[in-house]
Design a protein around this ligand. Structure first.
Ligand code: NI
Length: 191
């Protein structure tokens, strides 16, 4: 496994629509190595998720994992999940405000409105179908990662630019209030 370089905002690969993978391409050693590297690179950077375009591979794969994450100490845990060709379908129209950051957008966070419940259809790394429902903060993470596959960054979805802040100022001025939001979302949606 190899740590891959993470593309930073301004690199065109982050703005392309990534392409679907065929079953043959998914099974190839190159794609399986890409998946291993995505997981290792996400863990090394303390990310909650990482999408293939963020490591300069414009294909529809993303990985998610939250396990007592020091970068997001208030986030509910998510077991390691690998999504290939994912499709997200909102359930209902309930939304919540999520304070997001991104490994491709250095030292910036901002408030983004996300669907609170989603159906997730995808393939796993072996090509078997995955169907699950994601809720709450976890649903926000799914939406953030799948946005990367369409060339969308969280900053595109920030409707109030006054919420933009560095990680240091987030901790100093925004984190306490956001933790209360997280507690409320977790109480309502279970994650
Ligand atoms: Ni991101």
């Amino acid at each position: 496994m190899t740590l891959r370089k993470i593309a930073q905002i301004g690199h065109p690969v982050l703005r392309q629509r990534a392409r679907e993978l065929s079953p043959e391409e998914l099974a190839s050693p190159a794609t399986q190595a890409l998946i291993d590297d995505l997981v290792e690179t996400m863990r090394d950077a303390n990310g909650a998720g990482l999408a293939a375009p963020q490591v300069h591979a414009s294909v529809r794969i993303c990985v998610l994992e939250v396990k007592d994450n020091p970068r997001y100490p208030y986030k509910p845990n998510i077991p390691l999940t690998i999504l290939v060709n994912p499709v997200l379908t909102p359930i209902g129209d309930t939304t919540f405000e999520n304070y997001e950051g991104c490994l491709s957008v250095p030292d910036l966070r901002g408030v983004v409105r996300r669907h609170a419940e989603l159906r997730v259809d995808a393939l796993d790394r072996r090509g078997a179908p995955i169907a699950l429902v994601a809720r709450g903060i976890t649903a926000g993470t799914y939406q953030h990662e799948c946005d990367h596959l369409d060339g969308v960054l969280f900053v595109d979805r920030v409707t109030d630019p006054t919420t933009l802040c560095t990680w240091k100022e987030f901790a100093r001025h925004r984190e306490e209030a956001f933790k209360a939001t997280v507690r409320d979302v977790v109480a309502r949606f279970g994650s």
